[in-house]
Design a protein around this ligand. Structure first.
Ligand code: UTP
Length: 294
């Protein structure tokens, strides 16, 4: 079936829900504590065995690519000042994976962004991870999808999450037949259905394993909602063939694409750090007592 070695991380969106900060800072670089969201997503891919990260980047996103690059001047400074731990950390981040960058000149949608990565991916299956979705799980979420593909022979796997019935209008929702309690053979995908017409309460979140033939499907996918090429429209073509599996993954997913979501995720991931937990709890206690900021 071919191993999944490459992950595409589209980061070329305009991030309008985070304006004005995204005028100058890529939203993927906004931090959960002292680490940008994108580091968590790259770490997930790497711990699932991914060797190459293809960033689909755009104008103004250089900070993101720099973050995973070496920084000789900074390293020399840390070395000269005996900051060994920080130096090791800075070097570790630069060595996490082989990083390739392609540019999406115009933000024409997620499907178009994935298609832009075609020359860098080549003729092999690949993973897609969206930087807005940060997952806390014992087994990396994308690794759970890669395992499902190997176990079932499905050509494509999408991550599924059960959502409250009244929230279906916020997501792409899957229709299909359950093959096991956590695996659905996906037949169709409905974008943002009202609860009354939603075919299930299982929504797609930003993790996918796709075959390289998705590129030729994307080339002939017409622009859909918002004049953008939608990745879901191309996956729907595969779903109609019966080769798409929906895997309900184990883990907590945080949507860091808007202000409150980032705040929640920041509290969660900071609290997981032993050296920060007590401080975070103290802030929350102050908040509850109404003494914050005094
Ligand atoms: P979003 O729908 O979250 O769009 O894209 P966005 O521009 O990032 O943010 P908002 O909605 O305007 O606030 C989902 C993912 O697809 C990428 C984004 O970077 C994000 O990771 N994307 C989207 C692209 O790379 N290119 C595009 O043309 C559109």
């Amino acid at each position: 079936m071919g191993t999944v070695r490459t992950a595409v991380l589209p980061v070329a969106g305009l991030g309008t829900r985070f304006l004005p900060v995204t005028k100058a800072v890529p939203k993927e670089m906004l931090p959960l504590g002292d680490r940008p969201c994108i580091e968590y997503v790259v770490a997930e891919a790497v711990s699932a065995g991914i060797e190459r990260i293809v960033f689909v980047s755009s104008r103004g996103k250089d900070a993101l690519v720099d973050y995973f690059d070496r920084s000789p001047a900074l390293e020399a400074h840390l070395e000269a000042n005996n900051k060994g731990e920080l130096l090791a950390e800075v070097r570790r981040i630069a060595r996490m994976a082989e990083v390739v960058t392609v540019r999406q000149g115009e933000a024409l949608g997620l499907g178009h962004a994935v298609l832009t990565a075609a020359p860098a991916v080549g003729d092999e299956p690949f993973a897609v991870l969206l930087g807005d979705d940060v997952v806390d799980s014992a087994v990396p979420a994308i690794g759970q999808l890669i395992a499902a593909r190997a176990e079932t022979g499905a050509e494509a796997v999408v991550a599924l999450m059960e959502v409250p019935h009244e929230h279906t209008r916020r997501y792409g929702v899957c229709a299909g037949a359950w093959e096991s309690p956590s695996r659905m053979r996906v037949r169709a995908m409905v974008e943002k259905p009202e609860p009354e017409v939603a075919p299930s309460d299982f929504a797609i979140v930003g993790r996918y394993v796709l075959p390289s033939r998705i590129f030729s499907i994307l080339r002939s996918t017409p622009r859909g909602r918002g004049g953008e090429v939608q990745l879901t429209d191309a996956i729907a073509v595969l779903a109609a063939e019966g080769v798409v599996l929906g895997q309900v993954f184990d883990g907590q997913r945080f949507d860091t694409g808007d202000v409150l979501g980032l705040l929640r995720a920041s509290l969660h991931f900071s609290r997981k750090r032993p050296e920060l937990r007590e401080g975070v709890d103290a802030i929350l206690a102050e908040f509850q007592a109404g003494t914050l900021g005094r």
